[in-house]
Write a protein that binds this ligand. Sequence first.
Ligand SMILES: C[S@@+](CC[C@H](N)C(=O)[O-])C[C@H]1O[C@@H](n2cnc3c(N)ncnc32)[C@H](O)[C@@H]1O
Length: 274
Amino acid sequence: MDIERQVASQYTRGGLEGAILDALTKSGKDPDKLANTDLSSIDEFHLGWYAETDELARELGFSRDSHVLDVGSGIGGPARHLAVALGCRVTGIDLTEEFVQVAVALTRRCGLADRVSFRQGSALTLPFEGGTFDGALLMHVGMNIADKATLFSEVRRVLKPGGRFGVYDIMQIGEGELPYPMPWAMTQATSFVERPETYRRLLAASGFEIEKERNRRDFVLTLGREMREKIAREGMPALGPRILGADMPERIGNVMAVLERGTIAPVEMIARAI
Ligand SMILES: C[S@@+](CC[C@H](N)C(=O)[O-])C[C@H]1O[C@@H](n2cnc3c(N)ncnc32)[C@H](O)[C@@H]1O
């Protein structure tokens, strides 16, 4: 199986939409009258979750007139978040068919389908004309993509000159092996974690200038501690990571352990197309 098929099959759970709707009902929400914040504990598949997207959205500062591409959009949490926080239009693209189907369904339930849409496809062959978008976002997707040179060239191609590109990936900052399963990969075969200097070099070679870079390790460790304390007090919530698979708490535990050790860090880079 090629890497993209392995990645998509690893994220495919089967019955995800039904599991989310059940958990929403159990948590006292009405699945027919959803606000995007009702989903915030399960629809942001990256360290720092809702809080990180909130900060990144403000830094990117897209306007109501902007059309933004969310590369590797998952079940659509960050795309809906950006559209609500900034008023922009967002198109998401993702390899995993089930995620795209769930993203479309949840977006319709949140009443955002006029501004947020999704399609299935690969970040390495983006199905869009050159210069289509005013901005782009990539949150925790690069770890599944070996060919980051093609990834960044494709994003640059579909951006207008001056367009901002928000990258937020887990990067290697220290020494040591990663334990698997990780939240993004069951084994090393689908995991391509690189150092910040590799991102900087490949972004520059693809026609981007980096405006800002932030290591988000401390921010995520603090949020992780707060979440563990809440679970110890109140138990595991119905609307929590287990929806994505019974082994998700173990996978999150693995990533938090190497984050504590300083082997990896979630790093934000804000780049501008030149
Ligand atoms: C860890 S999830 C992050 C999802 C979303 N960005 C978020 O933060 O909620 C990684 C996503 O990247 C997608 N993905 C991985 N490789 C891809 C590729 N080559 N092209 C498009 N999507 C890809 C996966 O299907 C998955 O939905």
